[in-house]
Design a protein around this ligand. Structure first.
Ligand code: 5GP
Ligand code: ZN
Length: 137
């Protein structure tokens, strides 16, 4: 995709700090880290969103994310990692090219996700939503 910023990074048309590269995936440092050390694992081919990404590529992205997570813990001393993958503007995705965020976390990093659990009206509401989804699996 000629107007995709991540395709341009793959093509080395714009610079990025690359951590790892193979035939299928590229890993580079996120320019706007949630926590310093934040890396992005992307497919070399343009796919978007997750539902349009081939299973083998998706598996490779997540296996690579696991390796990056280990590096963040072993090399940076992270106590944990957040592995995230956004799809669609409704989900906060800014770059429409499949990518997995790997974010190192430290007890003292001060970051808090805006994770505010809500509630269902009743069990029937849960069951109805589950039934709708089950019918599309
Ligand atoms: P999204 O919101 O699409 O899940 O995440 C896109 C991520 O790409 C953001 O965390 C953003 O900081 C990062 N990003 C956007 N443009 C560039 C760029 O040109 N270079 C790098 N290294 N990261 C980028
Ligand atoms: Zn792309």
């Amino acid at each position: 995709m000629s107007d995709c910023i991540f395709c341009k990074i793959v093509a080395k048309e714009i610079p990025a700090t690359i951590l790892h590269e193979d035939d299928d995936v590229l890993v580079f440092m996120d320019i706007g880290p949630i926590i310093k050390g934040h890396a992005l694992v992307i497919s070399k081919k343009h796919y978007d969103p997750v539902t349009e990404t081939p299973d083998d590529i998706l598996a490779k992205l997540h296996i690579t994310a696991k390796r990056i997570a280990a590096a963040q813990m072993n090399a940076l001393g992270a106590g944990g990692v957040n592995i995230m993958q956004n799809n669609g503007t409704a989900a906060g995705q800014e770059v429409p090219h499949i990518h997995v965020h790997v974010i190192p976390r430290f007890k003292t990093d001060g970051h808090h996700w805006n994770w505010n659990p809500t509630a269902y009206d009743d069990f029937e509401e849960i069951a109805k939503l589950a039934e709708k989804m089950r019918n599309h699996l």
